[in-house]
Ligand binder design. Structure first.
Ligand SMILES: [Zn+2]
Ligand SMILES: [Zn+2]
Length: 192
């Protein structure tokens, strides 16, 4: 998406494919994320391969290393960046993670690998994949806006340990998280 004239770059959200990505999914996420957060979203196509964070023993990619790399990238203004990868992600204390985010920070990453039905031996269903990917994107970006895990099962900030958890939880923010998010999205600025 093109930046509109006069748009404040600082408010952007960038969806950054890490390695090969499905352009249709990136486009879909750009639209849904833009609606949810009320911000301009653009897909960043700067080449970023996940190889440097690949762990050959675990055969997975260390998500924290991706986040560190994104945060170290030069960005105009102060955008939020969501990396999207097909690679299976991990952090050392977990077998896998659907994604990871820096709380109140710039960067988040999410993996599509375990959101696909084929990962569980079932036929792929794009609609199921997109619904899960939307929840995961909102969840991780929610963390970058300072939201923590929510006890409400209907809330997208509820922690998901399995893909069933992802399917059960809602695809929007509960009233409490919505209020908290509003204060982060529109911080009261002192004059001058
Ligand atoms: Zn989380
Ligand atoms: Zn909530």
């Amino acid at each position: 998406m093109e930046l509109k004239r006069g748009t404040r770059v600082a408010d952007e959200i960038i969806i950054l494919p890490i390695g090969a990505a499905d352009p249709a999914l990136i486009e879909f996420l750009s639209l849904t994320v833009g609606q949810a957060f009320g911000r301009d979203v653009r897909a960043g196509w700067a080449a970023m391969a996940p190889d440097f964070a690949y762990d050959p023993v675990r055969r997975q990619v260390h998500s924290t290393m991706l986040i560190d790399r994104i945060e170290a990238m030069p960005h105009a203004g102060d955008p939020k960046v969501l990396g999207v990868t097909e690679a299976d992600l991990f952090i050392p204390i977990f077998t896998f993670v659907f994604g990871e985010a820096r709380l109140g920070g710039r960067a988040a990453v999410m993996s599509v690998a375990r959101l696909r039905e084929s990962h569980y031996g079932r036929d792929d269903d794009p609609r199921v994949l997109y619904r899960r990917a939307e929840k995961e994107a909102l969840h991780e970006l929610g963390h970058t806006f300072g939201l923590v895990h929510c006890l409400d099962y209907g809330c997208v900030m509820h922690f998901a340990n399995t893909v069933e958890d992802v399917d059960i939880k809602g695809d929007g923010f509960c009233a409490k998280c919505e209020r908290r998010l509003a204060t982060r999205l529109n911080p009261r600025r002192s004059p001058g």
